[in-house]
Design a protein around this ligand. Structure first.
Ligand code: SF4
Length: 450
């Protein structure tokens, strides 16, 4: 068992009631997993227990109150959600069990999560968390993260995730698809697929065949993308390493099945550094691949992250990286200076780069990319694009296009849009751009997907 298992916050979960309650439970469980909580199957190992109740008939009320009582005796820290929590403003629960930490009604993901954050905060760990720190403020109802696997088979020298979370363990495809279907049925419009290494999905279980909607389906990335594409919502792929089979996703993007968006953490462009980092797919010719992807799917948005100042990085190798940036013309790029995470093997490498040079390289890198991002966004002026509305502030809608993942990419600002609501798809015309964001005006309100 990994050391992480000992330190991660663990939630016990009791789910009672009808299929709607089950969807709520899956929603909460998905969010918990995306935020890095672990789900415990026993009371003793849990730091806190959530009981999703039913209040439909008397026997269900009794069963729910008994379950809460049992959780309190066995564990002590209990949050109640579901239909019984809504009856008489939660008084039934509070009278029977005054020790419960919080009571919410059904379909109350934000309230349940904020109660969990309050009583059992999960500190954000930038080295291991897949969702950004801001993600903890809670995913709005119209998009959801689905984690398809845990752990990683690689041993990148700057990374400690495998030692914390262990080797890759893929979730069976029928389980992932069931969760996706439940989320879509509950109103989710965009699914964000996350894991440490999305391309490797299924490799640990030899791409085992599962069953979904009565049909056999392999636990493999392409098959997953096809199945998700049939749900008619936006599907966005994160943390995809450029293995050859990733090419199979690009025609699905060109055909509008999944979003033409690929988050490919490349980390560097110098072959020597990539080898020293022990990066997956470090011998692939990434530039040729990117060009080929763009030929097949010209609308594809490519996001990546890089590390500058890796131990031993020379000025020439850094310039190789800048040259790659110029050639690759990526749309969205994040960059970090190398930071020696405790326990990472790269710390033992010779010739650490002085902090001052790391910072200079970061600034030079960002200046090159800023120009590229700005130019690429300005090409969108005049285009008609479909966006998904996240938020309404006064009469302005804040939305995202296929090119924008929540929290990490840009936004599309639309004026005179207070008739829209979060979760709406709308066609807009881009009127202006800067380095990150777009301004747009409404063409048609619609529900049709791009
Ligand atoms: S692929 Fe590398 S960086 Fe990513 S989790 Fe695995 S070891 Fe860490």
């Amino acid at each position: 068992m990994s050391s992480h298992t000992k330190t991660a916050k663990k939630i016990g979960f009791i789910s009672l009631g009808c299929p709607k309650a089950l969807v709520d439970s899956e929603h909460i469980l998905t969010q918990l997993r995306a935020e890095g909580y672990e789900i415990s199957s026993s009371y003793e190992n849990a730091d806190l227990v959530v009981v999703n109740t039913c209040g439909f008939i008397d026997s269900a009320v009794e069963e729910s109150l008994d379950a809460i009582g049992e959780a309190l005796t066995e564990n002590g820290k209990v949050i109640v959600t579901g239909c019984l929590g809504a009856k008489e403003d939660g008084d039934i629960v509070k009278k029977a069990h005054p020790q419960v930490l919080a009571v919410t009604g059904p379909n109350a993901l934000p309230e349940v999560m904020s109660a969990i954050h309050h009583h059992l905060p999960q500190p954000h760990n930038p080295y291991t968390d897949l969702v950004p720190a801001q993600g903890i403020k809670l995913t709005p109802k119209h998009y959801a993260y689905i984690k398809i696997s845990e752990g990683c088979n690689h041993r990148c020298t700057f990374c400690i995730i495998p030692s914390m979370r262990g080797d890759l363990v893929s979730r069976p495809i029928h389980q992932v698809m069931q969760e996706a279907e439940n989320l879509v049925n509950a109103g989710v419009k965009e699914l964000l697929i996350i894991s440490q290494d999305t391309s490797a999905y299924g490799v640990d279980i030899k791409y085992r065949t599962g069953f979904w909607q009565g049909r056999p389906i392999k636990t493999r990335l392409t098959e997953l993308a096809q199945a998700l594409g049939s749900l008619d919502v936006w599907t966005r792929m994160h943390y995809v390493y450029p293995y050859p089979h990733v090419d199979e996703l690009i025609p699905l993007m060109a055909a509008g099945k999944i979003l033409p968006y690929l988050d490919v953490p490349l980390q560097h462009a110098s072959p020597r550094i990539l080898k020293a980092m022990k990066r997956p797919a470090n011998t692939e010719n990434n530039l040729a691949r990117i060009q080929q992807w763009r030929r097949i799917c010209p609308d594809i948005t490519l996001r990546s992250t890089f590390i500058v100042g890796f131990p031993g990085e020379t000025e020439a190798e850094f310039e190789e990286l800048l040259e790659f940036l110029q050639q690759a013309q990526l749309d969205r790029v994040g960059c970090f200076t190398y930071s020696p995470v405790e326990g990472a093997n790269a710390n033992k490498l010779p010739d650490p780069v002085p902090e001052e040079i790391k910072q200079q390289r970061l600034a030079r890198f960002m200046a090159v990319q800023a120009e590229i991002s700005q130019a690429r966004l300005s090409h969108k002026i005049g285009q008609k694009i479909t966006v998904l509305v996240d938020e309404i502030r006064e009469d302005q809608a804040i939305a995202r296009s296929s090119a924008d993942a929540p929290e990490i990419d840009g936004q599309v600002y639309i004026d005179n849009a207070n008739h829209l609501k979060p979760g709406d798809f709308v066609t807009v015309e881009v009127t202006n751009s800067d380095q990150h964001d777009l301004q747009a005006k409404i063409k048609d309100k619609e529900t049709k997907l791009p």
